[in-house]
Design a protein around this ligand. Sequence first.
Ligand SMILES: [Zn+2]
Ligand SMILES: [Zn+2]
Length: 343
Amino acid sequence: MDSMGEAGLRLLSLTQGLIPEKPIACKHATDPTAWELEQAGRKHRWPKIRKINKDCFNAIFEKVEAFELRLIEVLDLPSLDELRADAIGEPVPGYDDRVFVYNKAAQRGYDAAVLDLEEDILGTRELEQKQAVVPAAVLMQYMFLSFTVGISETVNLLKAHKLPDMTDDEIDAMRLLVQQDNVYFRAAYDVGASRIRAEIQSSWREGFHQTLLDMAKGKKSVLQAGRAMRKQVGEGKMWYWNRIARSESTLMINSAFDLQSRAAEVNFEEWSIAAGACEICDQFEGRVWKLGEGPQPVTHTHPHCMCIRIPLWETDKDVRDKWDRETPYDAPYSKDDRDGGLI
Ligand SMILES: [Zn+2]
Ligand SMILES: [Zn+2]
């Protein structure tokens, strides 16, 4: 993707609805938006995770499209076809004089639509009611799949790195059986869901609501309101959901790894970078920590990180000190960190 340059990436991302409007969430340095797009183009080494990430993105895309259609009705905006045509620069006549109105009924309609979007993707009410039934929420379904793949791939890694006196059958006997009401899965899921809920609160419930108030006050046209919708909360925000689909999946694999490795009484963890890894992840490659003491993919790197850890009972390598640096989300990595001074 390097040869494409930023303009090429932006064009590609436009067609995929993936344009980041601001530097990546972890704010580690002022990266060009192309950085995230490049990271977002990499694929996971495990085909099952690759498929989960893609399917999860597509499933969220369907919900976002339904959300746009609903807003078009509630806010009385031009049709989706017209807004899509407008997005690629085609003329959409007939809307210049139609002033956008955001009355109480429209505000209530917007609120209700956001609430349903949140429920469809995150399953907020479902979680509050602590239902142990098979969840309907898109993200919960796919994160559970990532969690189960994390368990089975950790078992595969345990077999690949087993001690000479161990058999595969013994390792299979250590495999954890995981269900959707598993407390560890739910706890890990809750952490991710609450982060996304906070984003929905600030960007959807407050940010875009304010935009709509401003647009009505400024007597903007319905076409302008439609453009803003697509950019802030619609298809133009799919880069955010792509980040979520991929990063949360890695976090699920992290949780599964921790759980399964502890159950197998493993002693160490070794970092294994993904193909095309960045200058941060690169520094962790092949490093070993005591189990549970090392940095974790995404948590200590960045969104879209596809690195994994390998569970080891024994190692010849130096065992590093416990990783206790703040996460880059709280304390961004400096240029020195990125240039090889992280570890
Ligand atoms: Zn990286
Ligand atoms: Zn990584």
